[in-house]
Ligand binder design. Structure first.
Ligand SMILES: C[S@@+](CC[C@H](N)C(=O)[O-])C[C@H]1O[C@@H](n2cnc3c(N)ncnc32)[C@H](O)[C@@H]1O
Length: 335
């Protein structure tokens, strides 16, 4: 078997294991079947031909799943929809795999076009991981917040203060919010802290417009089809975005920060933040981002992968969590 096929099959199996660990049995099973199919030269091999040289961060396995999910959501694949929970289906993985495989044979050019489009998510659940960091800054400074998100995608986490967070030890946010996090915290951050956002801005190299039909479909298609809680959070966030539009500027993060942080701002606590972003940024941009933040002496909050995912404020570890912002374990005590 060619080395690239081996590598791609390994990538599909690795993603299958992550999906299993992150509680998506349907995607875990479909990806295992896709790896078998690739190794036996089936339609998966044809569909992903030419994508073999990409780095792992390009998330080919998730793009494959997202491409087919998109055709389920836009009614191209009504039979597969009967087995995808996101469209009310039964989650039968064996039946889903047969139809998934057939879709690769029936719609090769549409799926290859979608595959080429990249994997651009906007995970609303990460607001639950970032919440404690924003509250920490508000608590320490007593100031209203000016928040700047780099790599904001559709900007859904820029509206973190419009969502509701609940834990065994406390809650925060609008009790009637259409986005509710009720199972995000193993060890919650202190929530008995007020915070007000008075300015919010985001940037992305390729912003998604959450208020366009295409943008919303892109975001929904990248939610794993058996994760209805994440889908409900995304749908709630899309509704809130419709009522409360904001622009995510199409600009590189380093240039955005150099401009936004050029002059000090008084009377506000400026927080630069990002989640699952740095792995996409080249070394020279990383340097420019670090310099802009250091020179401006603003707060720097982020949620990025390490051994697990870490939530850090400046140099301090605040907590850890899983990739989608669940299982948050806060490590900083009340000050
Ligand atoms: C995996 S997504 C994460 C999006 C969002 N932060 C979240 O957690 O849901 C990474 C985002 O970073 C953006 N991105 C990558 N490099 C960038 C850069 N140099 N400047 C601005 N955005 C960038 C991508 O377009 C993409 O939207």
């Amino acid at each position: 078997m060619p080395e690239t096929t081996n590598g791609l099959a390994r990538g599909l199996r690795l993603q299958a294991a992550w999906c299993a660990a992150l509680e998506s049995p349907l995607y875990a099973s479909l990806l295992e079947s896709a790896a078998d199919d690739l190794e036996s030269g089936g339609p998966v091999a044809t569909i992903i031909e030419g994508f073999g040289e990409e780095p792992g961060s390009a998330a080919l396995a998730l793009r494959l799943m997202g491409s087919v999910h998109r055709l389920v959501l836009d009614d191209t694949l009504p039979d597969l929809a009967r087995h995808y929970p996101s469209t009310g289906g039964d989650g039968d993985d064996a039946a889903a795999w047969r139809l998934f495989r057939q879709a690769l044979i029936d719609y090769p050019s549409r799926i290859r076009d979608l595959l080429a489009g990249g994997c651009q998510t906007n995970e609303v659940g990460r607001s639950a991981a970032l919440l404690g960091g924003f509250l920490e800054v508000a608590h320490r400074t007593g100031l209203p917040l000016r928040i700047l998100e780099i790599g904001a995608s559709a900007g859904l986490n820029l509206r973190w203060d419009r969502y509701r967070y609940e834990s065994a030890e406390g809650s925060w946010g609008d009790p009637s919010s259409r986005v509710r996090f009720t199972h995000s915290y193993d060890i919650p951050p202190p929530m008995n802290r007020p915070a007000e956002v008075i300015e919010r801005k985001g940037c992305d190299l390729h912003p998604i417009d959450p208020n366009s039909e295409d943008g919303a479909l892109t975001l929904r298609s990248l939610i794993w089809a058996d994760q209805l809680g994440r889908m409900a959070q995304l749908d709630g966030a899309l509704e809130i975005a419709r009522d409360d539009p904001l622009e995510v500027e199409e600009i590189d993060a380093a240039s955005f920060l150099e401009r936004e942080l050029a002059r000090p701002r008084r009377g506000v606590a400026t927080v630069v933040f990002h989640s699952v972003f740095m792995q996409y940024v080249d070394e020279s941009s990383r340097q420019r981002i670090a310099t802009a933040i250091e020179e401006a002496r603003v707060f720097y909050l982020r949620m990025e992968p390490a051994d697990t995912f870490e939530i850090r404020l400046d140099g301090e570890l605040l907590g850890t969590c899983h990739a989608h912002g669940t299982h948050v374990r806060w490590v900083v005590n009340e000050q």
